[in-house]
Ligand binder design. Structure first.
Ligand code: SAM
Length: 203
């Protein structure tokens, strides 16, 4: 990280337009590998992961202002310059705003499970998601997934297995050990985490 740069007054990105892809240089003082969290919620995971990995940049996407204000406050308190927060809808962000081949990793943790059959088409991880991930991942990039919901986890595994560009691999132990806000609540109720990591083939 560039020690000469001072922390910004807010980590929450102010859009001048949502009709052009993001210019990542406006989000981070240092050019370094980018990781993205989709649906960051209260954001304790991404704040701590960014703190532990100053040699990478992190973009967290969340649509609820009340939630995304929390990592803004914590990240500023820690003086993080490698974390940027984007308040926007994930599908639009993946399709139109995140530049192609820009992300080394995507984290999707405890996305809304939409348990009713008639609502399942709202799920983020569906048959269209691997193609969206292929667009924004760099060659060799990885998607990390977690959910409490067994049937949704099976759907996640099915859609990635069906895409020949992705191969499953173990989630790194240091990443798996860092829990999210929802994960801690589920685990405290005795509900275990289902997790998987899918790497896109390299160039
Ligand atoms: C169940 S919470 C999980 C939060 C966090 N990943 C965790 O594990 O603690 C899912 C989050 O995704 C956000 N979310 C759901 N759908 C979204 C969408 N289409 N665009 C942006 N955020 C979304 C919700 O507002 C919520 O904060």
């Amino acid at each position: 990280m560039d020690s000469a740069s001072s922390p910004p007054s807010s980590l929450l990105h102010e859009f001048r337009t949502i009709l052009q892809p993001l210019t990542l240089a406006e989000h981070f003082p240092t050019v370094q590998p980018l990781e993205v969290e989709l649906g960051a919620g209260d954001g304790s995971f991404i704040v701590e992961w960014a703190r532990r990995n100053p040699d990478r940049n992190f973009l967290a996407v969340e649509r609820l202002l009340g939630r995304i204000r929390k990592p803004d406050k914590r990240g500023r308190r820690l003086g993080l310059t490698n974390l940027s927060l984007v308040r926007i809808e994930i599908g639009y962000f993946l399709e139109y705003l995140l530049p192609p081949a820009s992300a080394a990793a995507i984290h999707v943790y405890f996305p809304d499970p939409w348990p009713k059959v008639k609502h399942r088409h709202y799920r983020l991880i569906n048959e269209r998601f691997p193609a969206l991930a292929r667009r924004v991942l760099q060659p060799g990039g990885v998607v990390h997934l977690r959910t409490d919901h067994v049937e949704y986890f099976e759907q996640m595994q099915t859609v990635f297995r069906a895409d020949a560009a992705f191969t499953e691999e173990p989630t790194p132990a240091d990443l798996a050990a860092l829990t999210t806000d929802f994960e801690r609540e589920f685990n405290a109720q005795g509900i275990p985490t289902n997790r998987a990591s899918w790497r896109m083939r390299g160039a």
